[in-house]
Design a protein around this ligand. Structure first.
Ligand code: UDP
Ligand code: MG
Length: 316
């Protein structure tokens, strides 16, 4: 019998968890040929999420959970899930029902054909999302696909079913600054894309503010592209070239016309402009340096304070 592990990151999901659990139990009845395990990762929730998980694990042996010592973010929660998932097939699924569990049987059927190593989902609509957020999301996907070699699909969710080989590849990517959409694309493998219409969250509210998403998108770019660094060096070269011709121009003008003191305004403009460009380039370098700093410290991605299994890797 093949085993399937569902990794479910949860942060303050007390309201959605019971609904999610019931939905998965319904789906499990449709696929009796698989042994399903739900691996919940409590990402330092401040509500009753952990006690609900304890309760569920107590009454249903298909429920396992890991609980972090604090909030480490969804990326860390997914990584902890991947490191501890034992199934032949592994699926990441949000607890808020935005990743419909009902799609699971169809995803398993596709994997069983043997033509694909993973089945990923993408939203074809962004109903219920603020228009400004959709606009920036689209811009981000256009930009990152142009400047990085990880193939990142617009509207891609983290909701994905994959084979063991792919999970092992993900676990081997142990970078500290994680951007899963990029990691999934970077490791390759044959992926089937399953489009579906956006579903709104059943209960609770989204944990992503606009600012958090903005920072996450910068993470994505810095992690999977060196284009900003190239832009910084190219603008440096361009301005050096311009400066060289300006100097020639000034010398020649002095030799021909003498040196009347003029052009104060333009000088100030040029100084300010170049100063701005310099600061911008230093900022770009700083972003990469900050990431490098975090990587070399080799801090753990997560710390588990409690778990339903004795053989859990507690720190990684
Ligand atoms: N999540 C998490 N840690 C966090 C933020 C979110 O584990 O710091 C989980 C959350 O419980 C949910 C999933 O990640 O299961 C997606 O979060 P959310 O629904 O807030 O994001 P959205 O669907 O709005 O992108
Ligand atoms: Mg959600």
């Amino acid at each position: 019998m093949k085993t399937v592990t569902l990794i479910v990151p949860c942060y303050n999901e007390e309201a959605s968890l019971p609904i999610f659990y019931d939905a998965v139990c319904e789906v499990a009845k449709e696929i009796p040929q698989y042994a399903l395990t739900m691996l919940f990762v409590n990402d330092g929730s401040k509500d009753r999420t952990l006690s609900i998980l304890r309760e569920l694990a107590g009454k249903d042996e298909r429920v396992r959970y890991l609980s972090f010592s604090r909030n480490f973010g969804k990326e860390a929660a997914m990584y902890a899930g991947f490191c501890n998932a034992k199934g032949d097939y592994v699926c990441v699924m949000d607890a808020d029902m935005q990743d419909p569990p009902a799609l699971l049987p169809q995803m398993l059927t596709i994997l069983e054909t043997g033509e694909y190593d993973s089945v990923a989902t993408r939203r074809v609509s962004r109903d219920g999302e603020p228009p400004i957020r959709s606009f920036f999301a689209r811009m981000f996907y256009k930009l990152i696909n142009r400047i990085s070699d990880a193939d990142i699909v617009d509207g891609a969710r983290d909701f994905r079913l994959m084979k063991r080989e792919m999970v092992d590849a993900i676990v081997s990517m142990c970078e500290y600054n994680r951007f899963s959409k990029g990691i999934f694309g970077w490791i390759g493998f044959r992926t089937k894309w399953l489009p579906y219409k956006n579903v709104e969250r059943v209960a609770g509210e989204t944990k992503w503010s606009f600012w958090k998403l903005f920072k996450y998108s910068i993470d994505g770019i810095v992690n999977f592209s060196q284009a900003p660094l190239s832009i910084a060096s190219f603008s440096g070269m361009l301005f050096t070239l311009i400066a060289f011709f300006m100097v020639l121009f000034v010398i020649v003008r002095k030799l021909i016309f003498g040196d009347p003191v003029a052009g104060w305004a333009s000088t100030v403009c040029i100084i300010l402009f170049i100063g701005g460009i310099q600061l911008l380039c230093m900022g770009i370098i700083g972003q990469y340096l900050a990431k490098t700093y975090m990587e070399v410290k080799k801090r753990p991605h997560y710390i588990i304070a409690e778990s339903s299994d004795p053989d859990t890797t507690l720190v990684r």
